[in-house]
Design a protein around this ligand. Structure first.
Ligand code: 8YV
Length: 329
């Protein structure tokens, strides 16, 4: 019996081992050049593919979905966040949407911790002194002083998988864990982390030394950290974001950093990627990374595995394990 091999269109270059397995299992069209698809190319893809494998750089909105052919039945996102996809419209059109949860948790939590340390301890500034031109003039007792993180308070916005993984790390670094979430986490986890739950985000913000954004970007979390809320932060507070740029009002944040109203910011994500607010670029109080928190080879292969499992389960006539439903957002 010949196995059915659906046409799978992958929008970006994935690790070789993932692509090879996808070619073995499906009629897979790859993007060797790794150039992001234009909107017209994306529309062309949804007109042909039975399965589309997009990434965060593909905006699958209403206008794209409106042009999808009947044959498009599965969007297997290569990524955890699905804010690049209009899930409601997709599901209403009978298209299944899946993502890749769980496999980028530890890598993202590692980089969040790295950003906290980098901002508080001026890691990048220091490394730049001993750059190719080595401008170091020698040790001085009052030079390159950062702020201690041990004993400080960390407020985590979004205590899901990544938020909890960050909390475990942060606890080991001597930080006191606080969090804001739609609801408190299980008592056993709260106890393990010795964490304090804040129902009121405003109240938590005003009391923390460090804030980490770890919630998904949904219509409800767009500009959750608005200009008004950012003003609640203490002037020494550090803010890190490895979730989505849209959760923070980037302009308001940049203005406050410029005015010295915040201790600093460590950002891996931006509101209008790949564009970065020029004010953030100029600020000495920022450590900026190009959306690379989950970028490990192991993580990318695991993400590919998840995509393959989701497609294969669907091909075999079952419900893929990582389905995303509008009610989950
Ligand atoms: C991914 C991410 O690299 O998975 C996510 O939600 O933010 C990133 O770490 C990217 O989304 C891949 O599409």
């Amino acid at each position: 019996m010949t196995k059915r091999k659906p046409l799978v269109i992958v929008t970006r270059k994935l690790p070789d081992v993932v692509e090879t397995r996808m070619r073995e299992l499906f009629n897979t069209r790859l993007n060797d050049a790794d150039r992001p698809l234009s909107k017209a190319e994306l529309v062309e893809a949804v007109k042909q593919a039975e399965v589309l494998v997009p990434t965060v750089t593909d905006r699958i909105d209403k206008t794209v979905l409106a042009q999808a052919g009947e044959q498009l039945q599965l969007i297997a996102n290569f990524g955890n966040g699905v804010d690049n996809i209009d899930v409601e419209t997709a599901v209403a059109r009978g298209i299944t949407v899946t993502n890749t949860p769980g496999v980028l948790t530890e890598d993202t939590a590692d980089m969040t911790m790295a950003l906290i340390l980098a901002v508080a301890r001026r890691l990048i500034e220091g490394a730049q002194v001993i750059g190719p031109d080595n401008t170091w003039q020698g040790w001085s007792p009052t030079w390159m002083l950062g702020s201690r993180i041990w004993g400080k308070r960390l407020g985590i916005i979004g205590m899901g998988r990544i938020g909890s993984a960050l909390a475990r790390r942060a606890k080991a670094f001597g930080l006191q864990i606080h969090y804001h979430n739609r609801k408190p986490v299980a008592p056993v986890l709260e106890e393990e982390l010795e964490a304090t739950y804040w129902e009121s985000l405003d109240q938590m913000l005003a009391r923390m030394d460090i804030i980490s954004v770890n919630c998904p970007h949904t219509p409800a979390t767009y500009h959750l950290l608005s200009a008004r809320r950012l003003k609640l932060l203490r002037p020494v507070a550090i803010i890190v974001n490895t979730a989505r740029g849209e959760i923070i009002d980037e302009n308001a944040l940049a203005r406050m950093l410029e005015a010295g109203e915040l201790g600093g910011a460590g950002l891996d994500v931006f509101e209008h990627e790949p564009a970065v607010n020029p004010r953030l670029l100029k600020s000495k109080r920022t450590v900026l990374l190009p959306h690379m928190s989950s970028a490990t080879i192991e993580g990318r292969i695991d993400m590919g595995e998840k995509v393959i499992i989701n497609i294969k389960t669907w091909v075999d006539g079952h419900k893929p394990p990582d389905r995303v439903l509008p009610s989950m957002l």
